[in-house]
Design a protein. Structure first.
Length: 318
């Protein structure tokens, strides 16, 4: 019988699927410090992980480990060199979260464009008649949006933006123009030179050496003053210090961040007090439906792996 260690609880629908499988026994732990995991992981054939760090030191002790099933699509919390060295398969929940994240991007776009908090506060504080004195909102209809990164989430967002009749541009050097065109988008070959055309920009890239601080002060300076910048991908792609400076200088209309360079962000992070920043606690996938799908897919990936039928599209090529 195979042994699965579930690091951090997942949705009960995933656990129920696991209970139906008689070939895998499992244990759930919510303790995630390195020393604990180094000792705990030793005898397990599989592990599922959410945001906890699987360091080189932890993986070195995992003598039986054959698969890491990531509850999500990002894997910057996993030491890839050690994973590759030990020939451990890394799987992600590739199909579970696109809808939730794409909706969250629109939620942020609408909140910033329509100044939701300001209008809501005006009514609730008894200042209804001040409505004509408030800063004006902007429309998303017929505006230009740039989707930077055209994986499953980017494609899902494109479909939703079609409903707003937006002009949809896509930057992704790994995707052919024909594929983007077939989806209804317009391919952008150079990110920097396209920024001054965009009314909204949504980031959907992995964090790596090439994308870290890709969006810095110089890049933001090229954006329109009514541009809305959204990052629901990975913290670190946007330089937060530069973003705060740009917002204070009114270089863009506003920014929405679901992810941060440091999570949780420090209380002295100036973006936490910046009225032009709309923030959420890395929670784009925290819908009831998405968490259920992620829990099920996390477990299904483990089951499929041991039955030699894991879909290649869910395996990270390291």
């Amino acid at each position: 019988m195979k042994k699965l260690l579930i690091i951090e609880s997942i949705h009960n629908d995933g656990i129920e699927l696991l209970k139906q499988n008689k070939s895998i026994e499992f244990e759930i732990v919510d303790k995630t410090d390195e020393e604990f995991l180094k000792n705990k992981i030793k005898n397990f054939d599989a592990v599922s992980v959410r945001t906890s760090r699987l360091s080189k030191e932890i993986l070195e002790t995992a003598t039986n480990l054959k698969i890491i099933s990531r509850h999500g699509v990002g894997y910057d919390n996993i030491d890839l060199l050690e994973t590759k060295k030990k020939n451990i398969t890394l799987a992600i929940t590739a199909t579970a979260n696109a809808q939730a994240v794409a909706e969250h991007v629109l939620f942020m776009l609408f909140n910033i464009a329509k100044r939701n908090n300001m209008y809501d506060d005006t009514v609730k504080s008894g200042k209804f008649n001040d409505r004509t004195k408030l800063p004006k909102t902007i429309e998303l209809w017929s505006k230009n949006i740039l989707i930077a990164g055209f994986g499953r989430i980017g494609k899902c967002l494109l479909k939703k933006c079609k409903g707003l009749e937006m002009n949809i541009y896509v930057y992704d050097p790994f995707v052919k123009e024909e594929e983007i065109k077939n989806e209804g988008g317009i391919k952008v070959d150079d990110l920097s030179s396209s920024l001054n055309l965009m009314d909204a920009i949504s980031i959907h890239m992995p964090l790596n050496d090439k994308t870290r601080h890709l969006i810095n002060y110089d890049m933001i300076k090229k954006m329109k003053k009514n541009c809305i910048l959204i990052n629901a991908a990975r913290g670190g792609i946007i330089n937060e210090s530069d973003l705060n400076k740009a917002l204070n200088e009114n270089l863009i209309f506003g920014a929405g961040l679901d992810v941060f360079e440091k999570e949780p962000p420090s209380q002295d992070n100036p973006l936490l007090k910046n009225n032009k920043a709309f923030l959420s606690p890395h929670s784009a996938v925290f819908t009831e439906e998405c968490l259920s799908r992620m829990g099920i897919e996390t477990i299904q990936n483990v089951i499929d792996f041991f039955e030699n039928k894991l879909d290649n599209s869910k395996i990270v090529k390291i």
